[in-house]
Design a protein around this ligand. Structure first.
Ligand code: ATP
Ligand code: MG
Length: 132
């Protein structure tokens, strides 16, 4: 069974929609097999977003993720990586389909509520990083 790394970002926690997001994941039939609500270190978040180091939005992205607690989760289920990405929706609010989590809850590329691993390989790396 496939596993993926999901993180509810600080705006999702601050807005009080954590329960609603978790409920969608559970209702889809996925199992949350590990979870922690905490404030990650800068080093952890920079490593998580290493692929974006050097891009114009990198510092803003890191400071946003460090702006409050996040809910880090290991989610398990059939094709969990791809199905969760589809449920999350596009990072661009103009492209995020209504019915997706971002389509419903996010209106900005800078604060977009939730992260999900984009491949099986990144899921392995991210789960090792966040739950080591
Ligand atoms: P995430 O990795 O956070 O789940 P994603 O996989 O949908 O999002 P990525 O391309 O990995 O999108 O970008 C990571 C994050 O960086 C995005 O969620 C967004 O907040 C920010 N970001 C990406 N591209 C841009 C951009 N062109 N301008 C501003 N912010 C951006
Ligand atoms: Mg990404």
């Amino acid at each position: 069974m496939e596993r993926t790394f999901i993180m509810i970002k600080p705006d999702g926690i601050q807005r009080g929609i954590m329960g609603e997001i978790i409920s969608k994941i559970e209702k889809k039939g996925f199992k949350i097999i590990q979870a922690k609500l905490f404030e990650p270190s800068r080093a952890l978040v920079e490593e998580h977003y290493e692929e974006h180091k050097g891009k114009t939005f990198f510092n803003e992205l890191i400071n946003y993720i460090l702006s409050g607690p996040v809910m880090a989760m290991e989610v398990k289920g059939e094709f969990a990586v791809e199905v969760m990405r589809n449920m999350i929706g596009d990072k661009d609010p103009k492209l995020a389909a209504s019915g997706t989590i971002r389509g419903e809850f996010a209106n900005s590329m800078n604060t977009n509520v939730i992260h999900g691993s984009d491949s099986i390989e990144s899921a392995h790396l991210e789960l090792d990083l966040w739950f080591k």
